[in-house]
Design a protein around this ligand. Structure first.
Ligand code: 6R9
Length: 673
């Protein structure tokens, strides 16, 4: 069924007009032009019908797309073999491929001189371009260097680097030789890095001498040196030079420049569809971050398909995702999705306000960015600086604006649409997670004239079937209702497990609603059936789009010698989306100046986790509101901070109701300061 349409697909790609009557007869010309595979889906016409088909004929849909859009070394024999209730997820079994070949060699065969990466360096106006040929060569050299230093198929390489071409080449080099990568956000502290290196059992770390961001230098190599002291598995640290500053080197360290001695050809490893492509650590509701595992074929396919259809990406466009490669957004929409589609992708090293609040839009003008993908926290910040910073620059290249990471409030959405996009670019509020691998709910794809509602993710992507659950675990079928957001059937991009802890994977995602994937988010479905994300249902908070578990912060705060216990909650923050509020109980007879304690707590949190995890408010209290069984009642703390004292709810299970009064008074003092 699928192969009979190969002609029209490859003809489209070469720019030869497809055989039109043939396409019209089978799928409707509009739909098949939109997605060539649709010509093979009996009776499917229009985007909504295609979505419906992709869910009810999931295997046919994904088989056609996978055959057409990935280059296989060996074809797959089984489209999917999944059982969500047991956490078993396998796609495209029997198939073999190499992800770096799909992202690089394929494009080099067609147009080697097309620009793959534009590295928008921190220093404005000093961007560097890399063609697909150059990126392939760089990737091969890094691959050979890793192999020379003993990296084998199945090993895990930790990458502690900001967004830059060598980081991309390192990720792809791992994919080329069959190693898994574990990118750790370069803002994480030595302790946080060490924990992730140890959990991933990495023997290799790739880093830089120093990072440069917003005009400031960070000592990345120094952080790695501290981290690896407690990582006995690490054999080598590779060091790239971002600045000219020399850093102390040991026998274990290897300069990345060594790669220049390596061959520009590196044989790609033949990987099974379900071999591990990467681990990426993210926060959950316990103190320990979890290493989510993504595999080869399904992840790549899903990243590529979403990048193309959610953003209406077309050949030749410049795709500007300003995230950091240390997060899933960077993995899927800076690296894998765009490169698999042969796009030119921007690597943004700077900040939205460096050297001034016009930075994003000046970059858009200079690089002629067509799709801009950013975070609500940055949009809210820039909105406050005023329209003049936007209007100064020519944004006529922009076609689609994207938002990710947290809910985007209507004011920010409207400003993004009206001012940045001059009212002519669709704004896509994309909902997804590290766990989902790619975008699951977004206003696009939809028919060109269909409505987009501000601040709503709206429509499920192909193959995604969202459901809302009530508190008893029953599916809510009506519209105009809210519930726990689950996804009813597997899709190729979803994470397969938590590294070394499949039990936790099952408990977190599969057990809460057996047979469904539980996202941890709540959502509302409008009368028209559109989805709006209402926020996390667990103890995970979202600070400027960065996920952090309250338990993770509490663990660190509790390690302070003066602290007996603590409770951390998120509260609504103008710019960051959520801020961090810590309630701290000191040990008995502890004498410490408040100021000193605050300093200590901030330094311990930034040292053990990262700066963004530091509390905005710290309130010293004598005790925390607890149930008789000893559980902290965070609900009460949240209500106090929201000044919603009328709905403190049932306090009868509290061990000591006086604790609440003390907290109310303490908070009133803080908020008056
Ligand atoms: C891609 C990414 C995932 C959590 C997710 C949700 C929140 C992401 C959102 C959104 C509302 C959106 N989130 N996108 N909330 N609207 N468009 O951010 O992954 O770092 O794993 O965070 O972020 O709460 O569960 P990750």
């Amino acid at each position: 069924m699928i192969f009979s349409f190969k002609f029209s697909v490859s003809a489209l790609r070469r720019g030869v007009p497809p055989s039109y009557p043939h396409v019209v007869r089978r799928g409707g010309c509009n739909t098949a032009a939109f997605m060539p595979e649709a010509a093979g889906f009996e009776g499917v016409s229009g985007r909504a019908a295609l979505q419906e088909f992709s869910v009810s004929n999931s295997e046919d849909f994904w088989a056609a797309v996978a055959r057409q859009r990935l280059s296989w070394i060996r074809p797959f024999h089984t489209v999917q073999d999944c059982d969500l209730s047991r956490g078993r997820i396998k796609w495209f079994q029997g198939g073999m491929l190499n992800v770096s070949v799909n992202c690089l060699d394929r494009q080099v065969h067609i147009c080697p001189e097309r620009v793959a990466l534009i590295w928008e360096r921190d220093e404005r106006g000093s961007e560097v371009r890399y063609t697909y040929r150059q990126l392939l060569e760089m990737t091969c050299r890094v691959g050979n260097l890793l192999k020379r230093h003993g990296v084998r198929k199945g090993d895990c390489v930790t990458i502690y680097m900001p967004t830059c071409p060598l980081a991309v080449a390192s990720m792809l080099a791992c994919a080329r030789i069959g190693a898994a990568h574990n990118v750790v956000f370069a803002g994480f502290s030595a302790d946080a890095l060490a924990e992730r290196i140890r959990d991933a059992q990495s023997s290799i770390v790739i880093t830089m001498n120093q990072g440069v961001r917003g005009g400031k230098v960070t000592e990345l190599k120094k952080t790695v040196d501290t981290a690896v002291q407690s990582c006995p598995t690490v054999r080598h640290v590779f060091v790239a030079m971002r600045t000219e500053t020399l850093v102390p080197m040991t026998d274990r360290d290897v300069l990345m420049d060594e790669m220049l001695k390596e061959d520009v050809v590196c044989e790609p490893a033949a990987m099974n569809s379900e071999d591990v492509l990467f681990l990426l650590y993210t926060s959950g509701s316990t103190g320990k971050p979890k290493g989510l595992v993504h595999t080869q074929a399904g992840y790549l396919l899903y990243a590529a398909l979403t990048q193309r259809y959610v953003f209406s990406y077309h050949d030749g466009d410049v795709f500007g995702c300003v995230a950091d490669i240390g997060w899933i957004t960077g993995h899927s929409y800076i690296v894998y999705g765009p490169l698999a589609n042969g796009a030119t992708t921007v690597l943004f090293e700077s900040t939205p306000v460096y050297p001034d609040p016009g930075r994003y839009w000046e970059t858009v003008e200079r690089l002629k960015i067509n799709q801009f993908y950013g975070a609500p926290t940055a949009i809210r910040l820039l909105l406050k600086y005023g329209d003049q910073w936007v209007n100064k620059y020519d944004r006529s290249s922009l076609k689609t604006l994207g938002s990710v990471g947290e809910p985007i409030n209507t004011e920010a959405w409207e400003w993004y649409h009206r001012v940045v996009g001059e009212g002519r670019c669709p704004v896509v509020d994309t909902w997804w997670q590290t766990e989902t691998g790619g975008i699951c709910i977004a206003p696009k794809p939809s028919e060109p004239d269909e409505e987009i509602v501000p601040g709503m993710a709206m429509r499920p992507f192909f193959g995604i079937k969202p459901v809302l659950m009530d508190t008893e675990g029953k599916v809510l079928t009506a519209n105009n209702t809210s519930g726990a957001l689950c996804i009813a059937q597997p899709w190729p991009g979803m994470a397969r497990t938590i590294h070394n802890n499949h039990e936790r994977f099952i408990e977190t995602y599969c057990q809460p609603y057996p047979g469904y994937f539980f996202t941890g988010d709540g959502a509302y479905r409008s009368p028209k059936g559109y989805y709006q994300i209402t926020g996390r249902l667990d103890d995970v908070i979202n600070v400027s789009g960065h996920r952090i578990g309250t338990a993770e912060i509490e663990d660190v705060v509790n390690q302070c010698p003066a602290v007996a216990e603590s409770a951390v909650i998120g509260y609504s923050h103008d710019i960051k989306g959520q801020g961090i509020y810590a309630f701290v109980v000191l040990k008995k007879n502890m004498k410490i100046k408040e100021e000193d304690l605050y300093k200590q707590l901030n330094s311990v949190v930034s040292e053990k986790i990262a700066k963004y995890a530091c509390p905005d408010f710290i309130l010293l209290v004598k005790r925390l509101p607890k149930t008789r069984s000893g559980k902290i009642m965070r609900r009460v703390l949240r209500k106090v901070v929201e000044s919603d004292l009328d709905s403190l709810g049932d306090l009868s299970t509290l061990d000591d109701p006086a604790a609440v009064q003390e907290i109310i008074e303490g908070h009133a003092k803080i908020s008056m300061k």
